[in-house]
Every structure is written in structure tokens, then in C-alpha cells.
Design a protein around this ligand. Structure first.
Ligand code: GLA
Length: 400
């Protein structure tokens, strides 16, 4: 099957998958298959995905496992190990609408599969993940994609990875009710070890760029929670659409803001409210920065990449107004430390994590100092993770 990519699993991952299988057997019996989908960190390209633009995320070694086995009693049962809670329904009486509950994510995927004409037999599922929730590392997409792989396997259905990503995005947009773009689900499907991925969100064409071995991916959690179902994400999206509509009146070929140039904005910005103009300016310039960043990474020009990340943070903070005080403190603290290549707030904004590219040789020291500086400035204890760019979603063979 298209998504049955071969991945050299670490022992740790195989062990974690066996533990999920054990939990599954304890709750449901059966002989489950186990799937894993990663969270992600976005190196650059924020709020550009729904505008048809460019993003450059990497999948990370935090993720969600979904185990699955068939049932013969006509029911659907899903257990979340993280919430220590289960839901159960007759397979032909599933909720038609969201319940603002963790189960919306797997049930949304099941709904989207049915909408796509794929019938999934009654099943038991366990979900177990370690992506920090509300930290801007895409825990939701990792749940959706892991669930999708598990459900597809039980249905015996084949689907291309990009189609799986779109199906999961549909589940999140229409069932869960969060108006996200395609980035998170796409990288959860297409991630590659030690690589970031430049994605054109309009055509869904992508290219991988290796992250050099001497560069560490340090993710610093401000511990300020963000939620994309919360108001600000939707407000930004609406502002971007408002600006796009104004530009489209002059140039009808502007379908999405991705099609607009800096000159278009310059010419017609006077017709927009000031805040709308700045939101559009962020996206138009961010698209240029993102493509330039992918080129810089591919050419090994790390100084240039770092400068683009710094400019992206300023634009996200000042024009898009999607940062927060704590994230600004975290980025500024990083910028003063030895070994930093580039730092910025990553993800949907308004809290969550910063991404830091750091010289591997001094990464441990960098993390320690960053933690200290953040604590001194905010009184808060940040969680700081050293991640590895990881493979996209796949089945984990548990053997035995
Ligand atoms: C969230 C959404 C993505 C994207 C980012 C911002 O992660 O799920 O689709 O819009 O925010 O870049």
C-alpha cells in the first residue's frame, strides 16, 4: 500500500508500539496492528497554507500511536490512553456532529472515510501519543493521520498519502470544526527522516531538504497554550480572506493570496483596513522568505536561513500579530546564545513553541541556558526538547 513505507524503527519506538498493543489487548483482546503518525515543527511559512502558499515543516519524533482490531459485535470502541477514557457506539449510530471531545478527531476521520465511500468494519482502537497538547506541534493531525492509517488498513482500502492528508484536513475542518490548512496533516503523511519539506500548498508539490547532521532541532515550549479552534486563528484567516477579496477586484486571477505580489499589495493597500493590509503583507513576504529558506538550506547557507527565520518572526509578531510576550522573550533569549542558527515562533501562534536551529555541538548547553533565561524573565519553567526530523506515518511492526 502507498503508505506502507519502510522505516528503520528504533528499539524505543518498537517497545512503545508493543506497549500500545498490550494496552489494546488488555482492553479489547484481539491481535492489533499498530500505526504511528508524527507531530511536526514548522521551520518557516506560517498561516500561508490556507492562502495556497509555501510552508517548510519537518515531522518530529513525538507522535501518536493508533492500534486497531476488528470486532464482531457491531460496535466501535475507542480508548484514549492519554485521557484514560473510552467511548463506545453502535457502528451504525455514530454521532453526526462533534462533541468538543478528544474522540471528535478519530470519529471525524471515520466520518470523512465514509463520506469518501470507504466502509470501515466495526473496530476497537487505542490512541496513545506523546505530542504535547496545545503546544503548536500538531497533536491533532498526528491523531487524525494515525487513526486514518489504522482505519484504512482494517477497511483494506488503499489511498495515496496526499489524499490521506486531505481527508484528515476535511475531518478537522468539517467535523471537528477547526479551519486549519493542509500543512500539519501533509507533513504527518510525508515527513522524512532528517529532512524538512518545502510544500506548495496550492499544487501539493513538495521537495525535501536535508537538515545537516551537525544541526539540532531544539523546540522550546513557552507553556502558553494555544488552540486553533479558538478565535484568533479564525479571525486571522478571515482578515486574510478580506484582503484577498479586495485585491481580486483589481486582478481577478488572484484566487488565493499566494497569487498576489508585493507590488499588488503596495498598489491597492490603501483600500484595506490597516490591520488587513498588515496580515496580507505578512503572508506575501512569508511566501518569499519560505522559498528562499528552502534554497538556503539546500545550499548549506545556514546564516541566510537564520536571518530569514528571524525576519519571519518579526513579521509574525508585528504584521500578523500572532505572537505573544512569552514567545518573543524565548526567541530573543535564543538570539543571544552561542550556537543559534535561527529561532522563531512555530505553528498557529498565540503561544506554543519556538523552533530553534542550533549547532549540535553546543545544543545541550544552549538548551540549559535558554531554560535559565526564560525562567529569569518570566518565572516559568519551559519544557525544551531536542528533536529529530522523522519519518511520516507508517505501520510499526511489533513482531512476536
Ligand atoms: C495550524 C494549522 C495549520 C497552519 C498553521 C499556521 O497549525 O493547523 O494549517 O495554518 O497553524 O501556519
Amino acid at each position: 500500500m502507498v503508505w506502507e513505507m519502510k522505516v528503520a524503527e528504533s528499539e524505543e519506538k518498537m517497545l512503545a508500539a508493543s506497549l500500545v498493543a498490550e494496552i489494546h489487548e488488555k482492553h479489547f483482546g484481539g491481535d492489533p496492528r499498530v500505526f504511528l503518525a508524527p507531530g511536526r515543527v514548522n521551520l518557516i511559512g506560517e498561516h500561508t497554507d490556507y492562502a495556497g502558499g509555501f510552508v517548510m515543516p519537518a515531522a518530529i519524533d513525538f507522535g501518536t500511536f493508533a492500534s486497531i482490531s476488528a470486532r464482531s459485535d457491531g460496535r466501535v470502541e475507542i480508548w484514549s490512553e492519554n485521557f484514560a477514557e473510552g467511548v463506545t457506539y453502535a457502528a451504525d449510530e455514530l454521532p453526526k456532529a462533534r462533541k468538543e471531545h478528544w474522540s471528535d478527531y478519530p470519529l471525524g476521520v471515520l466520518w470523512a472515510l465514509r463520506e469518501a465511500g470507504i466502509e470501515v468494519p466495526p473496530f476497537s482502537m487505542v490512541l496513545d501519543g506523546n505530542v504535547p497538547l496545545g503546544a503548536g506541534l500538531s497533536s491533532s493531525a498526528s491523531v487524525e493521520v494515525a487513526a486514518a492509517l489504522a482505519l484504512l488498513s482494517l477497511a483494506g482500502a488503499k489511498m495515496e498519502r496526499s489524499a490521506i492528508a486531505k481527508l484528515c484536513q476535511r475531518a478537522e475542518n468539517e467535523y471537528v470544526g477547526a479551519s486549519c490548512g493542509i500543512m500539519d496533516q501533509f507533513i504527518a503523511c510525508h515527513g522524512a527522516e532528517d529532512h524538512s519539506l518545502l510544500l506548495d500548498c496550492r499544487s501539493l508539490e513538495f521537495r525535501l531538504a536535508p537538515i545537516p547532521r551537525h544541526v539540532s532541532l531544539v523546540i522550546a515550549n513557552t507553556m502558553v497554550k494555544h488552540s486553533i479552534a479558538g478565535g484568533e486563528y479564525g479571525i486571522r484567516r478571515a482578515e486574510v480572506e478580506e484582503g484577498t477579496a479586495i485585491l481580486r477586484q483589481h486582478r481577478p486571477e488572484i484566487g488565493l493570496l499566494r497569487d498576489a505580489t508585493p507590488e499588488d499589495l503596495e498598489r491597492w493597500s490603501g483600500e484595506m483596513p490597516e490591520n488587513v493590509m498588515r496580515r496580507c503583507r505578512h503572508i506575501i513576504t512569508e511566501n518569499l522568505r519560505t522559498v528562499a529558506a528552502a534554497d538556503a538550506l539546500a545550499a548549506g547557507k545556514l546564516k541566510k536561513l537564520g536571518d530569514l527565520m528571524a525576519a519571519a518572526h518579526v513579521s509574525y509578531r508585528d504584521d500578523f500579530e500572532a505572537s505573544c510576550e512569552e514567545a518573543d522573550i524565548m526567541v530573543e533569549a535564543a538570539q543571544g546564545l552561542p550556537g543559534l542558527i535561527g529561532a522563531r515562533l512555530t505553528g498557529g501562534g498565540f503561544g506554543g513553541c519556538t523552533v530553534n536551529l542550533v549547532e549540535g555541538a553546543v545544543a545541550a548547553q544552549f538548551m540549559e541556558q535558554l531554560r535559565e533565561e526564560y525562567r529569569a524573565a518570566t518565572g516559568m519553567a519551559a519544557e525544551i526538547y531536542c528533536c529529530r526530523a522523522s519519518a511520516g506515518a507508517h505501520e510499526v511492526e511489533i513482531g512476536g
